[in-house]
Design a protein around this ligand. Structure first.
Ligand code: UD1
Ligand code: MG
Length: 462
């Protein structure tokens, strides 16, 4: 961005932030989003060289000569986001107008009970930035860092306990009818474990759907856009119809207040991380962005709907689980294999020793394919869910790494890195949109209740 464009963006953001209108929270969010974008866009090119000087860099594995570029740059948008969200507080929680004491002042945009939700969300995000940074700098062990997001979410869960304490889930109508049950079951404390699990899952699942330029940020952009559409659906409905529950309107407004500035800083990061990447985002970004979604889902009481937008990450996790849990050997990097001669990305593989070799190996690290997995792999191969390489004896010597990225390469063929990332984002968006539509059409039919506005609801629920 040149100086004139930056100055113009800052001016527009100042007007949007400050202007008093009935839609002020959203309009301020847009202003802060533009402000966040401008700051991140300004800072990233400035700090890159400093990061490299401090030894914080990574090798871009899918380029000729594996050049080094700054790593952990996600900390810049993450910190800008925190600052922006601090600046935003008076616009959301200060009383509008003051009639000189004594009399009633106008109410703030959100009730003050929401302030505890807001602050505990920021506390959780701060903890995650710290964890991500520690991980990028000191490479923390998987088993040590795995549960930390759940601890980071404790303040948020306590606020949830006081604000909502809603721990019931709806049962599908056909089940409650068939077994003469009530329409909902109270999960009690289990619901809190579920929300803690969401805060573990979101950051980690983003981190393992990674390895090609742009994907770590790209996937968070797609999830954020889907969540914005979901929020708008409720908010537009509120203005068009009058029977929407007021609390649903408030939580979705609140969610937008987190998402819109987040989109601004993510877009600026994407500009530098997309193919050909000028910076790597680091685990800091994956943990931070994952936690942004977790806090939005938890504080907005839609942690279940949130998971619909994480379907690709859930599938990637399930598909990866044999490697994550050590049933199949897991190399340090599972990113696709770059072919220098045509510039395309091909499947990457995990290799097995054949039986004679491993009998001789003395390091105790057996990398043989477990016998019971052979028929499973053969079946998966027939279903185009894995690629296998066999030796002349017909034994499996290599299997493609179990990642969604590799699966997309199996289905769509080798691609250029930029096109592969775009394709995965498009698939993610299409799946997310389908989930969104099902959430607002099928869910009301199956559960017999939906807290959203929908023309279809009235059509279905009679
Ligand atoms: C996770 C994945 C790992 C994948 C890595 C890539 C699991 C269990 N772990 O590990 O398989 O290889 O992310 O981020 O699934 N890199 C690129 N191009 C990119 C992004 C990253 O070459 O577009 C390389 C760079 O060398 C970079 C490194 O990956 O320095 C970052 O890896 P890191 O985030 O530390 O890996 P993990 O999160 O541990
Ligand atoms: Mg990572």
């Amino acid at each position: 961005m040149n100086k004139t464009t930056s100055a113009a963006s800052l001016l527009i953001s100042a007007v949007l932030v400050g202007l008093q209108t009935p839609l002020q929270p959203i309009q301020s969010a847009l202003g802060f989003s533009i402000f966040g974008y401008t700051c991140v866009d300004y800072l990233i090119p400035k700090v890159g060289a400093v990061f490299i000087k401090r030894g914080i860099f990574g090798k871009d594995m899918s380029k000729v000569g594996r050049p080094i570029i700054p790593e952990t740059i996600g900390v810049i948008p993450a910190l800008v986001y925190l600052l922006v969200m601090f600046f935003y507080i008076p616009f959301l929680f200060a009383r509008k107008g003051n009639n000189g004491g004594g009399g009633e002042a106008d109410a703030s945009a959100f009730s003050h009970s929401k302030l505890s939700s807001y602050l505990s969300s920021l506390l959780s995000l701060e903890s995650m930035i710290l964890l991500g940074l520690m991980d990028d700098l000191f490479d923390i062990r998987w088993r040590h860092k795995f549960f930390l997001p759940a601890i980071a979410s404790i303040p948020l869960l306590i606020v949830y306990h006081f604000e909502f304490n809603q721990t019931s889930i709806l049962l599908p109508k056909f089940i409650s009818n068939a077994f003469q049950l009530s329409t909902s079951v109270d999960l009690g404390v289990l619901y809190y474990f579920y929300m803690a699990a969401v805060s573990i899952f979101c950051p980690n699942s983003i981190n393992i759907l990674a390895g090609i330029n742009g994907l770590e940020v790209g996937q968070t952009l797609v999830i954020a856009v889907l969540l914005v559409i979901n929020d708008l659906y409720y908010i537009v409905g509120y203005f068009l119809e009058d029977h929407l529950i007021q609390s649903a309107f408030e939580v979705h407004m609140f969610s937008l207040c987190f998402l819109i500035p987040f989109l601004g800083i993510s877009l600026a990061l994407y500009k530098y991380n997309k193919f050909p990447a000028k910076v790597f985002v680091g685990d800091t970004w994956c943990y931070f962005s994952g936690m942004v979604f977790a806090v939005i889902g938890i504080s907005g009481h839609f942690a279940k709907t949130l998971m619909l937008f994480f379907l690709p990450q859930i599938l990637n996790f399930v598909y990866s689980s044999p490697q994550l849990f050590g049933i199949v050997p897991c190399p340090r990097h599972r990113l696709p294999k770059f072919n220098e001669s045509d510039g395309l990305l091909y499947n990457s593989y995990t290799e097995y020793e054949d039986s004679e070799e491993s009998a001789e190996s003395s390091d105790g690290k057996k990398k043989q394919l477990r016998p019971y997995l052979k028929p499973v792999f053969n079946l998966l191969e027939k279903m185009y869910l894995i690629k296998l390489v066999r030796n002349e004896k017909g034994e499996i010597v290599k299997s493609s790494n179990l990642t969604l990225i590799n699966l997309v390469i199996i289905w769509f063929g080798p691609r250029n890195e930029g096109k592969l990332c775009t394709l995965i984002m498009q698939l993610q968006f299409a799946v997310g949109l389908l989930m969104l539509i099902l959430r607002h059409t099928l869910a009301p039919t199956v559960f017999g209740f939906d807290n959203s506005w929908s023309m279809l609801n009235r059509f279905y629920i009679s």
